[in-house]
Design a protein around this ligand. Structure first.
Ligand code: BES
Ligand code: ZN
Length: 418
């Protein structure tokens, strides 16, 4: 959809919202005061929807606010006006004021990670030991565009993969079988498991390749398996081809290749997360559990949307918020050696995908993206997010190559964020 069409559609939508709220007010004049939802969100987006934050984390420009349902809906849809993710984090009900633990603790984490980003000084000598490894070159050459297309077709063929839908695990069960089929008979044993959640009935999936000499050190590669339709009109299907069958497919292809290399020194874990579209639900629980268990995650790669080359083929965006400055710098070196993409730095604005869940727990995260935010795919979250003439599997293949190179290089290295 062109942006012109979208804004027309947006203003029609606002009329409908206004009408609906008027009707609601008329019918609820004597009702009890509405329950407010405590959230953290980008200050600029809060101001854009006319909400003054109750407190602000100044280094990251993240605000705390308590929203009515109408304001929450506005926040969710502000994304398109802003060309930023409209994401917000819903806080637990006990986040009643700016002084409550949930708010001060979250602000503390944000400040700590931001301080780490600012303290990082890029320098060539940090990565001077990195050199082309012919085995990694051969491995990334095995990425198959046909396999990628086949998995995107498979996942986008479900009516939806919505965590609040009638059958939240229909596609998840099928995806697990597909993963198991892909790694059957591989050189390295791969453990494939469901992960159940408290916050959603949808399950996440984890596939693990055990490390040989430093198994407690974990390299995480992940992306979300769910999809959503936020279109007020139009059909209710949520094929989510770009968002995020594409990243899910990249991960499966990377797993196939990594599972057939020599056993890595570090443990490599692949995740397909549940309920991302409803607020990073699966990854938030997983990252929290890993932190509570004191697990040593040395890096987290997030793949979310890789099929739409908005800035041109082989130009990728790298998100600089909620990611590690060290890991981005490492990634630039890896790219110089193996991928040779053009990297454009950009910002999501607020925790727009599962990497933010890991960042919040203090783990180093990385999110390469299909393009810059300015040229993002306007069809996501609608029935139109299907494979079409804009879908570019050569472009998408680049992200499987990133995953393979990262797993094989960092998985056999002692390098880590200082
Ligand atoms: N894939 C999107 C995030 C995204 C969209 C990144 C456009 C870059 C450009 C993700 O699935 C998503 O929709 N995230 C939500 C936030 C989440 C906390 C509900 C969003 O951006 O609104
Ligand atoms: Zn999405």
């Amino acid at each position: 959809m062109a942006w012109g069409d979208l804004s027309m559609f947006q203003s029609r939508k606002n009329e409908i919202i206004a009408l609906a709220s008027l009707t609601l007010i008329a019918f609820s004049a004597n009702a009890a005061p509405e329950k407010l939802t405590p959230v953290l969100a980008d200050v600029a987006i809060l101001e854009h929807i006319g909400v003054k934050p109750l407190a602000v984390q100044t280094d990251t420009a993240v605000g705390f606010a308590k929203l009515t349902n109408e304001q929450r809906t506005k926040l969710e849809h502000a994304a398109h006006d802003f060309k930023k993710c409209g994401g917000y984090e819903a806080l637990p009900d006990d986040a009643t004021s700016a002084q409550s633990f949930a708010v001060t603790n979250a602000f503390g984490q944000l400040a700590k990670q931001e301080a780490k980003r600012r303290a990082f000084v890029p320098s060539a000598h940090l990565f001077r030991s990195m050199a082309v490894n012919p085995k990694i070159m051969t491995a990334i050459g095995q990425v198959s565009e046909a396999n990628l297309k086949s998995t995107v077709e498979f996942m986008s063929g479900f009516e939806d993969r919505f965590n609040k839908g009638a059958t939240p695990n229909k596609s998840v069960d099928a995806l697990k079988l597909r993963i198991e089929g892909t790694v059957r008979g591989a050189k390295n044993p791969v453990t494939v498991e469901f992960i159940s959640h408290k916050s959603t009935p949808q399950k996440s999936i984890r596939a693990r390749i055990q490390g040989s000499t430093r198994a407690s050190e974990i390299v995480v590669l992940g992306g979300h398996l769910d999809s959503i339709n936020q279109d007020w009109m139009g059909p209710k299907l949520a094929p989510g081809a770009d968002d995020n069958a594409s990243g899910s497919s990249n991960l499966l292809e990377a797993l196939r290749i990594v599972a057939n290399q020599e056993q890595p020194e570090r443990t490599i874990e692949f995740f397909w997360y549940a309920g991302e579209e409803s607020g990073l639900l699966g990854s938030a629980e997983i990252a929290k559990d890993y932190k509570a268990a004191n697990k040593d995650v040395v890096a987290v790669l997030q793949l979310d949307m890789t099929l739409f080359p908005g800035d041109g083929q082989f130009i990728l965006g790298s998100m600089t918020d909620f990611t590690s400055a060290w890991l981005r710098s490492y990634f630039e070196n890896l790219n110089d050696l193996y991928i040779k993409a053009k990297i454009v730095n950009d910002k999501c604005g607020y925790g727009c995908s599962d990497h933010a869940s890991w960042d919040k727990q203090g783990y180093p995260a990385l999110m390469p993206f299909e393009a810059s935010m300015r040229t993002m795919n306007g069809n996501i979250h609608t029935a139109k997010d299907k494979i079409d003439s804009n879908s570019n599997f050569a472009h998408s293949a680049m992200f499987s190559k990133v995953a393979v190179a990262l797993a094989l290089d960092l998985g056999n290295s002692t390098q880590r964020e200082p």
